[in-house]
Each structure stands twice: as C-alpha cells, then as structure tokens.
Design a protein around this ligand. Structure first.
Ligand code: ADP
Length: 697
C-alpha cells in the first residue's frame, strides 16, 4: 500500500511538473505563431512530452493533455477546439513514445546511428501527423481558421512538432541518460572554444545581414563545421548542445528578420529555419552516434586484443604466427625457449629453417598440401634443431587464418616440446624389443631342452622295455625248468627238493610280478595323460562290476550319493580307483567281510581332518572323493611312506608295494592329490582330490 501511495504521489509530482513545463514551453512557442494564433512553427512542448514519456513512462500522458489544453484555452478558441488540439498532442506523444520504445531503442535511441535514423523517421515524421491533423481540423471546425488555409497551417504545425522532436527530445534524453561529463581542464577550454565558435558562427550567419540588404547570401551551411566539431570531440552531448544553440540563434535571427532564411512572410522564414535546424541537428547526432559506436567497437577490439596477447604471451606451449608467405611474424616466450632463438632472430625466419634436415623436404610438401586444402589438418610430430644444435621432438598443430576472400592471410601454429615423452617411448620400445628377444630366446631354449628330454625319455622307455623283456625271459625259464624238474622227478622227489623247487617257482613268480609292476609304474610316469571330463560315477561303478572280488558275497562296495564329473584321464583314473578299491578289500582282517564306501566330500559331512570342498563344485574347483574301508588300518608312521615305490606296511598280504606309488604319480599328473587318514584296527580312508569339470551329477 505504502509503495503504491509513494508511486502515486511521485506520479502526481511528475504530472504537475510536466503540465507546467508543457504549458510554459507552449506559451513560448505560440508567442512565435504567425499564421494562426494556435499554430506555431516553433513548438518545444512536443519534444519535451516525448522525452518525458520515454523517461518516466507513458502513464504521464495526462500531463501532455492538460498542458496542451491549458495553453490553447488561454490563447484562443473554445473548450471544444482546445480539447481537439490537446487530444492530437497527447496522441502524438503516446504514439511517438511507443514507436521509439518498440523500434528505436527507447531512451537510448541516440547511442546508435541506425536508431537515430529510426527515431527521426518514427517519432519526428510519423508520430507528429495526428497532432497536426487533429489540431488544424479542430481550428477549422471551430471557425478559428479557414479551410483554404488548412494545407499551410498543417505544414507549419507538423514541421514545428517535427523539429521539436529532433532537437528538444534528444537534448533532454541525451543529457538525462548520459549525465554530466567529467572533463579535464584542457577539455573544458576546448568546450568553451567550441561553444564560442558556435555562437560566433551562428551570430555571423543568422544575425548579420537583414532581409532587405542586397548582399544577403544563403550561407547557412557554414553552421555545420562547428556542429561537427562538437559532435566529433564531445560526442552526443556536445552535438545536441551546439545544435540547440545554433538553432536558437537561427530562430531568434529569423524572428527578428535577420539572416539567410528571411523571406517576405515570417511563417515561411521560420519554416526554412526549422528545416535547416532539423537537418543540421540530425547530421550532428548521427555523426556523434557513429563515433560512439566506433569507439565502443574499438574498445571491444582492444580488450579482445589485450586478452589474446595475454593468452599468446603466457601460453605454456609455443605459439607462432606466420604471414601469407610463410615467414614468422610473431612468436611467444615459450616458442623462444623451445627453439633457443630470440624473438628478433625468429622474426622473418621460415619455420622449416628449424626442421631437422631429414624432414625439411617432406614437411614442406605436407605444409603445401595443407595450405592448398588438400589435407584437412596439419598435426605432426617432427624434429627441430635448436639453436644449440640439439635435436628435439615437437608436436606441431597449424591453423589457417583466411582473409575476406578466403585467401590464406596468416597461419598460426601451436608447438609443444615432446622430447621427454618421445625418449620415454623409445626407451619403452627398446625394452619391449629386448623382452621379446629374450622371450623368443627362452622359448627356443625350452623347445631344445624339451626335445632333448623327449629323446632321453624315449631312450629310457626303450631301455626299460628291453630290460623287462630280458629279465622276464630268464624268470620264465627258471619257472618252467623248476616245473619240468618236478614233473621229471615225479613221486620219487625227496620232499626237501620239492620244497626247493616250489620256492624257486614262487620266488621267480614274485620277481616277475615285481618286474611287471615296475613296468606299470614306468608307464604311469611316461604315458601321455590327456585330460578330459570323466564321469566318475560311471567309471567307478564300471570297475566294481568288472571285478568279482569287489562284489558280494566277497565284499560290499557301495557308492554313496553322486560322484562328480572331473577333469582327468580315463585310463589313469581307472588305474587309481582299481588300486585303491583293490587295497580296500585286500587289507582286511581274516574272517571279516570287506565293506567299502565311496563318496564325495560335502560341506556338512566333512570328514575329520579333511579339506572342505563342495561336492557340486563348478568348473575348475577341487573335489575330494573318499574311499573308506573297514580294514586293518595303517599306523601313523607307515602312512607317510606307503605312497613311495615298493613300500609296504603289512606282511602276510600279497603285493609288491607299487600300487599306491602309481596312484600318486597318476593323480599328480592330472593336477590332483592323494592322501590317507587311518588308525590301526579302525579302517582306512583314502582320498583323491581332482579338478571338477562341471556340476556334479
Ligand atoms: P601292495 O598293495 O602291493 O602292497 P600298495 O602300494 O598298494 O602295495 O600298498 C602299499 C602298502 O600300504 C600296502 O602294502 C599296505 O601295507 C598299505 N595299504 C594300502 N592300502 C591299505 C588299506 N586299504 N588298508 C591298510 N593298509 C593298506
């Protein structure tokens, strides 16, 4: 509420001021009216009204109406004519203000030449027509003017308003928006001199010769130079002030029948003077606006130049500018540091002077291709030779600056010293090469060794087969000769001799078994064991069904739950499980039926001391298979050695002591492990750990 009241009191104040000023200015204008008491060629109120509406807003229009009404009703005519004239004047102000706001930059119309022209066209020429039309029509209707004078009164009215909008409105707007200038003492002296020149020139031109004097000459155009001086040196404020002074002198002179515009009738003289004043003011204003625009553009350009300079000079990378002929015109500090040359030395040089001799030619071609537009960009890593002769690596990117016709005007390059990076890269490459060489060498040596080993193994294999063959032949001979001796001697054979012969046969039979087992072990060591997924359940149940001693009534061998598919070798696994199951039913106290359980270790039923491994393990995980028997068990001391060759823990049981050695060898070759948990008299629990091939069955 308070704000509203404040606003309305402010509004009242403005309305009162404007009404009073309008009234006084109107009275002054009408005092110069010649053709009709209500139509003057000089009409300052129009400009004042337009400027006020632009500065204070168009809601100040009632002041224009009251002011105009008062001026007219106190001059001549009725309420009706004064009302008509006031309406025209109000329309003029409101329309002018709206047009200028909308199209010519509002109160700042005089900061641009284009807006100054628009202001003249819209406010001075267009918006003044309703005022003249309403005014003159009202006069004629009210009988204050005759209809045959309509044209000349209309022109007078319109021209008065127009010049007022060209001189008075800009004067108010410019001083109001720009404020008082801050001048140096030199400028104050110059301003005084300029104003003096305006006054003297004005006086000489417009207050000199009278109309009646014979030598009267139309030298009005000489008023222009001082106005241009004002515009040129003191901008818009100078231009409009000088124009106002010059116009005032011209007006005063013309009214008092002096100067070049004076003709037979005062009204016609005033019209000439007005036309002159409007034209010269517009000229000065446009010049001032142009100068201000230029100054602004220059300031912007200068600022951008300063910014660019700062960037160019302080850039961490080298920057170079070349002219159209490809010579260096500008470099920054970083570029001097990179090349080792001073600014003066670089200026005028061609960048290819810096190139490494090996690259000069190729680089020249590359640059020519780029400048001709045949390649899209120039982004190159190359070598420079510094002033000291040192060779460095640089990364150069070039951009083209073209002139208005699309021709190459300049080129700008960004140059970065990449020597350190290149050195690191080269060192890395050297190391990589060396590593590759060493690797290749190593592989070669490994291949050689492997080949040698294979050769040795083959020899060994050959040797062992030969040995076995050679050993078995005499053993078989011993057996058959002992048998023959038994047969030949028949029943007369003394019991002691028979016993010897049987011992010979038994010993040579054992010897043959040993030789065969040694051969088996040898095979386990040497044979190829390619790995594949093996279904353990199928494999183990196959073994059980093949050997009668693993079946009832001799024994009870039972597979508990499922067995996994493992990654192993079928033949190798068959050997392992046959040996383990064979032992499990063999090492049992006499009179006891062997009972064997085979199962996969699971999380919950983890056997004591065993390693926890899930039964349904995924690919590559380890799984444990347990073979548990109810046999005689193995002492702790023996457990450590029974996996070695020819090691046995119990006498009185058949065997050569190679079975478990073969199991261990084969398991290890399948990347697995074997072990045992046992106590004498409490059975044994052998386990195999293997790699799972897929989910358990
Ligand atoms: P062999 O069975 O030919 O004697 P092995 O290498 O298969 O040779 O076994 C080595 C020794 O380990 C056996 O002599 C035996 O003392 C002991 N052994 C193997 N399996 C068992 C078992 N399930 N229960 C008790 N002792 C065993």
């Amino acid at each position: 509420m308070g704000a509203k009241r404040e606003l309305s009191s402010k509004w009242f104040f403005r309305i009162s001021i404007l009404t009073a000023v309008y009234y006084l200015a109107g009275k002054f204008g009408l005092s110069l009216a010649a053709l009709n008491a209500s139509a003057s060629a000089v009409w300052p109120p129009t400009g004042i009204a337009l400027a006020s509406l632009l500065l204070w807003g168009s809601d100040t229009w009632p002041a224009v109406f009251f002011g105009a009404f008062l001026v007219n009703i106190t001059t001549q005519g009725s309420f009706a004519t004064s009302f008509g004239i006031a309406t025209g004047n109000t329309l003029e102000a409101v329309l002018g203000a709206w047009l200028v706001w909308r199209f010519a930059g509002g109160a700042n119309a005089f900061s641009k030449a284009q807006d100054t022209f628009k202001f003249t066209g819209l406010a001075a020429i267009v918006s003044t027509t309703p005022s003249a039309t309403f005014g003159v029509t009202s006069l004629c209707l009210g009988g204050l003017a005759s209809w045959n004078q309509y044209g000349s009164i209309w022109l007078t009215w319109w021209l008065g308003d127009m010049v007022s909008n060209v001189i008075i409105a800009p004067l108010v707007l410019i001083w109001k928006t720009q404020g008082l200038p801050r001048l140096t003492s030199k400028q104050i002296i110059e301003a005084a001199l300029m104003l003096l020149t305006v006054i003297v020139t004005g006086s000489l031109l417009f207050l000199g010769k009278t109309a009646s004097s014979a030598e009267h000459e139309p030298l009005g155009f000489l008023a222009l130079p001082p106005l241009l001086w004002a515009a040129f040196r003191f901008g818009r404020r100078g231009a409009i002030t000088a124009a106002l002074i010059m116009s005032a002198i011209a007006l005063w002179g013309t009214v008092h029948r002096f100067g070049p515009f004076v003709g037979s009738a005062l009204n016609a003289s005033l019209l000439f003077a007005q036309a002159f004043m409007g034209t010269s003011t517009l000229t000065a204003l446009v010049l001032a606006a142009l100068l201000s625009e230029q100054k602004k553009a220059e300031a912007i350009l200068k600022e951008s130049e300063v910014r660019f300079r700062a960037f160019f000079d302080n850039a961490a990378v080298g920057a170079v500018q070349l002219d159209a002929a490809g010579r260096i015109v500008q470099v920054n500090d970083a570029f001097c540091q990179i090349t080792g040359y001073g600014r003066g030395e670089l200026r005028g040089m061609h960048p290819s002077d810096l190139d490494h001799p090996d690259e000069k030619e190729s680089d020249r071609t590359r640059m020519a291709e780029f400048l001709a537009g045949r390649t899209l960009n120039y982004d190159v890593e190359k070598r420079y030779v510094r002033k000291t002769g040192e060779v460095i690596w640089v990364h150069v990117t070039v951009g083209i600056i073209r002139d208005g016709n699309g021709q190459v005007a300049r080129t700008a390059s960004v140059v970065e010293d990449i020597t350190a990076r290149r050195k690191t890269e080269q060192a890395l490459k050297r190391m990589r090469d060396e590593l590759e060489r060493a690797n290749a060498d190593l592989e070669h040596r490994v291949d050689e060794r492997t080949a040698k080993l294979r050769e040795m193994i083959a020899e060994l294999e050959h040797f062992s087969y030969a040995l076995v063959h050679d050993l078995r032949a005499p053993l078989r001979a011993m057996q058959s000769f002992a048998g023959l001796a038994e047969q030949t001697l028949g029943e007369q054979t003394p019991p002691a001799v028979l016993d010897y012969l049987q011992r010979i046969r038994a010993a040579s039979g054992r010897m043959d078994g040993l030789v065969l087992d040694a051969l088996n072990y040898n095979r386990a060591v040497l044979q190829d064991l390619p790995l594949e997924p093996v279904n353990l359940y199928e494999l183990v149940s196959g073994i059980i069904s093949t050997y009668p001693n693993l079946q009832p009534p001799t024994a009870q061998v039972h597979i508990e739950g499922s067995l996994p598919v493992v990654l192993g070798n079928k033949a190798g696994l068959t050997q392992c499980f046959s040996n383990l199951l064979g032992n499990a039913v063999k090492f049992v106290a006499s009179g006891t039926q062997p009972k064997v359980t085979i199962r996969t270790e699971d999380r919950n039923g983890m056997p004591q001391g065993g390693k926890q491994t899930p039964s349904g393990s995924s690919n590559g995980a380890l799984v444990r298979i347990w073979i548990e028997d109810n046999g005689i068990g193995i002492t702790r001391e023996s457990q450590g050695r029974i996996f070695d060759m020819f090691q046995r823990a119990h006498a009185g049981y058949e065997g050569t002591g190679t079975g478990l050695a073969i199991v261990r060898k084969v398991t290890e070759r399948m990347a697995g492990q074997v072990g045992v948990e046992s106590e004498p008299g409490k059975g044994s629990r052998f386990w195999l750990e293997l790699r799972s091939a897929s989910e358990g069955l």
